[in-house]
Design a protein around this ligand. Sequence first.
Ligand SMILES: Nc1nc2c(c(=O)[nH]1)N[C@H]1C(S)=C(S)[C@@H](COP(=O)(O)OP(=O)(O)OC[C@H]3O[C@@H](n4cnc5c(=O)[nH]c(N)nc54)[C@H](O)[C@@H]3O)O[C@H]1N2
Ligand SMILES: Nc1nc2c(c(=O)[nH]1)N[C@H]1C(S)=C(S)[C@@H](COP(=O)(O)OP(=O)(O)OC[C@H]3O[C@@H](n4cnc5c(=O)[nH]c(N)nc54)[C@H](O)[C@@H]3O)O[C@H]1N2
Ligand code: SF4
Ligand SMILES: [Mo]
Length: 743
Amino acid sequence: MARNALRICPLCEATCGLTLTVDDSRRRVLTARGDHDDVFSRGFICPKGASLPDLDGDPDRLGQPLVRRRGELVTTGWDEAFDVVADRLGAIIGDHGGSSVGLYLGNPNAHTVAGALYTPLLARALGTHQVFSASTLDQMPKQVALGYLFGNPFAFPVPDLDRTDHLVVIGANPVVSNGSVTTAADFPGKLAALRRRGGRLTVIDPARTRTAKLADTHISPRPGTDAALLFAMVHTLFDENLVAPDLGGTARHVTGVDALRRAADEFAPERVAGYCDVPAADLRALTRAVATASSAAVYGRMGTTTVEFGTVGSWLIDAINILTGNLDVPGGVMFPTAPTAPAPRPPRPGRAFRTGRWRSRVSGHPEVAGELPAVALAEELDTPGPGQLEALITVAGNPVLSAPNGERLARALEGVDFMLSIDPYLNETTRHADVILPPPPPSQSPHFDFVLNNLAVRATARYSPPVFELPAGRPDEAEIVSRIALAVSGVGVHADPALVDDQAITATLSKEVSDPHSPVAGRRVEELADMVCDGPGYERRLDMMLRLGAYGDAFGSRADGLTLDSLRENPHGIDLGPMRPRLPGVLRTESGKIELAAEDLIGDVARLRAAIDRGPDDLVLIGRRNLRSNNSWMHNLGALSGGTNRCTLHVHPDDADRLGLADVAVIRGPGGELSVPVEITTDIRPGVASLPHGWGHDVEGTRLTVAAATPGVNVNRLNDGTVLDPLSGTVVLNGLPVQIVPG
Ligand SMILES: Nc1nc2c(c(=O)[nH]1)N[C@H]1C(S)=C(S)[C@@H](COP(=O)(O)OP(=O)(O)OC[C@H]3O[C@@H](n4cnc5c(=O)[nH]c(N)nc54)[C@H](O)[C@@H]3O)O[C@H]1N2
Ligand SMILES: Nc1nc2c(c(=O)[nH]1)N[C@H]1C(S)=C(S)[C@@H](COP(=O)(O)OP(=O)(O)OC[C@H]3O[C@@H](n4cnc5c(=O)[nH]c(N)nc54)[C@H](O)[C@@H]3O)O[C@H]1N2
Ligand code: SF4
Ligand SMILES: [Mo]
C-alpha cells in the first residue's frame, strides 16, 4: 500500500518541499511532486526533484561498505569496515599526527545533516590544517569579501527577491541553477512576480541564459572583466553624485567611503568599456537605474567568484549595495536569520578578519576560512617531504572531476597510504579509496537545512524525519561520521556515537548559560540538557539549537517559541516571515563598522589595473549548467540524461566561421586538450565558448552504469589549476584562455 510522505529536496539550494508516494513494504519512493502546502516552496519542483525516486532507488547506489583487499574493492560488513578505518587511520595518526590526514568536503555537505553537524567535529577531532573543500571551486571569494566588509565570512547578505524593485543578476543563472548562496524556492516565479509588480531585471552575463532571456536589460561583458565593470559602477556613483544620502541610513555603520572613492577614481566607464566590451553609456545607465530605484539588489554568483578577480568583484557588488542605500533594507540585500542560528546578541567588535593563519606546504597558499585551496590537494599528496599527506578522507566530494587537474589528483590518490570516502557512489574519485562507507539514500535520512536557512530570502523552519527506518545494522551518515571522529580521537570506533552529541550539547549549553546576553543566561546546564528532546543525536542537537535560536522557546521561557516538537506538529513547515534588518548586530569587524575599503582588498587593485593594461584574451571558456544536471553526480539517472543535458561546446556563429568549426572541435587549454561536439548558437557572445562541468565518466573501475554510457568529457582537464584568485585561493573556472580548432 502506498502512502504519502513529506521530504525536503536535498539536491539544490532551493530546498523545495516534496510530497512523496512511498511503498513501505519495499522501502521504495514511487513518485515525487511539489508540496503545495510547503510554507517555503508552495509546490515548486524541478526535474531533479521529480527524479528523487530514481536517485533514491538507483541500483548503482552502494548499500554496503567497500574495502580494498589485495587491490580489489570488495563488499564487507559495517563492523569490519569501521575496524579497517580505525586501524589504518589510527596507525597513521600515531606515526605522523592528525595533520597528516587531509579532509576534502564536497558540495552535498551543505545539504546534509551530517555535513552540517558532524563533519566539523571530524575536522576538529583530526586537528588537521589540511582541510580542502568545494568552496575554493565556488563561493570562497564572496566569503573573503564578507570577512573584510563585515568581519564575518558567513554573514551573507541575500537579495530580498520578494520586495525588490530592481534585481541585478551578475554571473548567475538562477532559472537553471535554482539559485545559489541565496535560497529561494521557485526563483523563476519570483523573477516573474518582480516583473509583474513593475520591477526591473538586469542580467550581466556573457551568455544569453534562460535568466537573461527574462531580463529587461541583458549586458554581455567579456568573461573575467566584472571587477572592472563593477568598479566603473562605483566610479559613476561618485562621479554623478548618485551615492545615497546617509547611505540610506547605514552611514553611521560604515567606514572607508572616501578610500573606496579614491580607489574607483581610475575606473571611469570610458576607461574600462573596451576591456569589458560594454559601452560606457550602458554602464552609466545601469548605475543610474540602480541608484534611483526605490529599492535595488545586486546579486552575483559563480560568474563573479570563480574568476581572476573573484574577491574584488564580490567586494564591489556589496559596495554598490551599500553606496546605493540598499544594504539591510527591505527590497535591497539583507542578512537572513536562520532558526538554528544563535539568538542575536548586542553588537560587539570582533577580531580583524585574517587569512594566512597557516600556509600550504608545497606552494605556500594562505589558509582561508580554515581551508587550503582545493587545487593544492594533489601537490600536497604527491610531493614528498616532511608534512606530506599520508591519508585522505573525502566526504561527499568528487574532486577528480570537479577540480582542475584531476588526472594528477587521480595519480596522487593512487599513491596515498590510506583513503576513506564517505559517499554513496563508486565514482571517479571514490574508486581510489581503500574504504568506501555509503550513507543511506535520502528516504532513509533526516533533513534539516542547517546551512541553507542562513541564506534564505524568507525565514521558515521545516524538518523532514527519515521516511523509512534504516535496515537493521545500517548506520546513517551522522553515525558514520561520528564513529570516524571517535576513532581518530582515540575514544574508539565502537564507542557509543551519542557521546559525540552529548559533548556537543554540553559544550554549547555551557557557553550559552555563561553568556549574559543569551536567552538562557544564568540557567543550569543540567536543567537544560534534561529538557532537550529524546531521539537520535541530530534531533537532540536540532531541538537545542532551535530553542536557543532567534525564534526559539528559550527552553520554556518564551511561549510559542520553536522546539523540534513544534516542527513535528507542522510538517509543511512554520513560516517565520520576511528578512528583518540586522545592522549593526551582524558586524564583527575590529572597528565594529562595515569596512568598505579594507587594505587587502585595495591592495589587489594593482593586479586588476595590470590586467586591464594587458588587455583581454582572444578566446575564453566559461561553464554552463543544465536544469537536469547537478555537478558530477546526477548523470547516472536515465530520467535526467539526454535532451539538452549534453556535454557540448557552445560557440557563437562568428567564431565558428572564423575558426572553421562544424560538428566537432578540439579545444586546448593550459592543462590539456579535448575533442567535443560543437553547438553553434547566438546564446553565447563572440570570443567565448562554454562547456559544462561534471562530465568525463569514462574512467575504469567506477559503478555508474548509466553515466558511463554517455560519459561526456571532463572540462577541468583543460585547466592546469595554476591561476587562482590570490585573496581566496579560488581557482579560475570561468574565463580560461583556450584555443579551438576543427576536430
Ligand atoms: N569547470 C567547472 N568546474 C566546477 C564548477 C564549474 O562551474 N565549472 N563548479 C564547481 C562547484 S560550484 C562545485 S560546488 C564543485 C562540486 O564539487 P564536488 O563537491 O567535489 O563534486 P560533486 O559533483 O558535487 O560531488 C558530490 C559527491 O557527493 C556524493 N553524494 C551525494 N549525496 C551524498 C550524501 O548525501 N552524502 C555523501 N556523503 N555523499 C553524497 C556524490 O556521490 C558525489 O561523489 O564543482 C566545481 N567544479
Ligand atoms: N541545474 C543545476 N543546478 C545547480 C547546479 C548544477 O550543476 N545544475 N549546481 C549547483 C551549484 S554547486 C552551484 S555553486 C550553483 C551555481 O549557481 P549559478 O552561479 O547561478 O550557476 P551558473 O550556471 O554557474 O551561473 C554562472 C553564470 O555566470 C556566467 N558567467 C561566466 N563567466 C562570467 C563572467 O566572467 N562574468 C559574468 N558576469 N558572468 C559570467 C555564466 O554564463 C553563467 O550563466 O548552482 C547549483 N545548482
Ligand atoms: S529546485 Fe532544487 S530543491 Fe527544488 S526540486 Fe529542484 S533540485 Fe530539488
Ligand atoms: Mo557549487
